[in-house]
Design a protein around this ligand. Structure first.
Ligand code: AMP
Length: 396
């Protein structure tokens, strides 16, 4: 069973092809194109590369194409991408303007190009759907809630991968299995042992922190849109709702321009005034740039704020996990985030931390009550697994 997972951005397409015939999935091929202007051609080129690499002989060999879609109105989980779901995604274009429109365009092109191949979506909101209602709600009037103003949460595929893998590393196969089966039984499965508490820190171009109890999300730092939580690369993160009308009136700019600035000129870029990439900001900070240093400090403070929130709600943690571009590669950020937490039983081992880059590792000190892990995420694998399960268990 060959499943292609396509990751579609506004100017990029990346893919991974898995052989999911056995429970140990095999990555057959991965690739991608940046600066895409002609999507039909990009899809053709992707198929050509797969054939050239002998990964497939023809597209009819694909059992499905899976997509890591972001958000849709009244739809989450793993579903077939039919007209109803595409319309539900379009209904929430305004909540994910950078993600939903290109996905909808790309999915329609895949449907035209390979009409016989099932197209399956795993929504980024899915992992958070079983969180307690109280952590999903904003304190808004019912009419706002009725049109979708609530915390949805994102990075679901990544946090689900961390839920499964961290449970394995903590020798809790019961919890790993519960996390794996989350969408089969709607989070209802019980576990046999003590509660397992994990704080998952997906720190990358966009970042979120999630509290995970027994393999399921209890809450996450991103809210109604990916424009929330920690400072993102060039998106603002959390912001007081009054700031928007205030800026529109005071600077005399349109709401659209204010939104553009929040999305394109905010976050680490806005704070540092240098770049949206932590590598550039880190270099500038080392050379003494005060704004770059401030951007790093604000990012660390926000990460600690959210880790602290879930640490309290979970009554402590068995593990804190770092993943994604910054979490996997930046020992300096991990060290800053974990600094001075000895009283909470959180102690990082400087040597282990400094020698860990883009690889799975335990980076906590031997006497740390809380394990600290680096776990490279694998969102595409989660999409492939759920797609396979969908094909095997659902009819439509
Ligand atoms: P992601 O969204 O997970 O791809 O993460 C992207 C961000 O992670 C970039 O903006 C960088 O700031 C950071 N990053 C990615 N790769 C590296 C690396 N090899 N070394 C240091 N930082 C990295």
């Amino acid at each position: 069973m060959k499943i292609l997972v396509a990751n579609i951005g506004s100017t990029s397409i990346k893919w991974r092809l898995f052989d999911c015939s056995n429970s140990a999935e095999r990555l057959l091929h991965k690739g991608g194109f940046e600066r895409v202007t002609d999507y039909p051609k990009a899809i053709e080129d992707c198929l050509a590369e797969l054939k050239q690499a002998n990964a497939i002989a023809s597209e009819s060999e694909l059992s499905a194409v899976g997509f890591k879609t972001v958000i849709a109105k009244n739809v989450t989980g793993c579903v077939r991408l039919d007209d109803r779901v595409l319309q539900a995604m379009a209904d929430y274009n305004g909540l994910a303007p950078a993600h939903n429109p290109p996905y909808i365009t790309g999915i329609k092109l895949f449907a035209q190009r390979m009409p016989g191949v099932p197209l399956i979506a795993l929504f980024e909101t899915a992992f958070h759907q079983f969180a307690p209602e109280a952590s999903q709600r904003y304190a808004v009037p019912q009419t706002w809630l009725d049109i979708g103003v609530r915390r949805w949460g994102f990075h679901g595929a990544s946090h689900k991968f961390i839920a499964e893998r961290s449970a394995e590393l903590l020798c809790r196969p019961d919890v790993a299995e519960r996390a794996r089966q989350l969408y089969v039984n709607n989070g209802a499965a019980k576990i046999s042992g003590a509660p397992l508490r994990v704080v998952s820190c997906h720190l990358g171009g966009s970042s979120s922190v999630t509290g995970i109890l027994n393999g399921a999300s209890i809450g996450t730092s991103m809210g109604m849109s990916p424009q929330s939580g920690l400072p993102q690369n060039n998106r603002v993160g959390d912001l007081d709702a009054e700031a928007l009308p205030y800026v529109v009136k005071t600077l005399g700019i349109s709401i659209e321009e204010a939104q553009r600035q929040l999305t394109k000129e905010g976050g680490l870029k806005g704070l540092s005034g240098i770049s949206n990439d932590i590598r550039d900001i880190g270099e500038a900070a080392q050379k003494g740039d005060a704004k770059a240093k401030l951007a790093l400090d604000a990012y660390v403070a926000s990460a600690r704020h959210w880790i602290g929130s879930y640490f309290l709600q979970l009554n402590g943690a068995d593990a804190i996990v770092f993943t994604a571009g910054i979490g996997e590669n930046r020992a300096d950020m991990r060290a800053a985030i974990c600094a001075n937490l000895g009283n909470l039983g959180i102690k990082i081992d400087a040597e282990k931390n400094n020698s860990t880059r883009a690889t799975e590792a335990v980076i906590s000190a031997a006497d740390s009550a809380v394990k600290i892990f680096v776990i490279p995420t694998n969102e595409e694998l989660v999409v492939a697994r759920e797609t396979k399960r969908f094909l095997e268990t659902k009819k439509n």
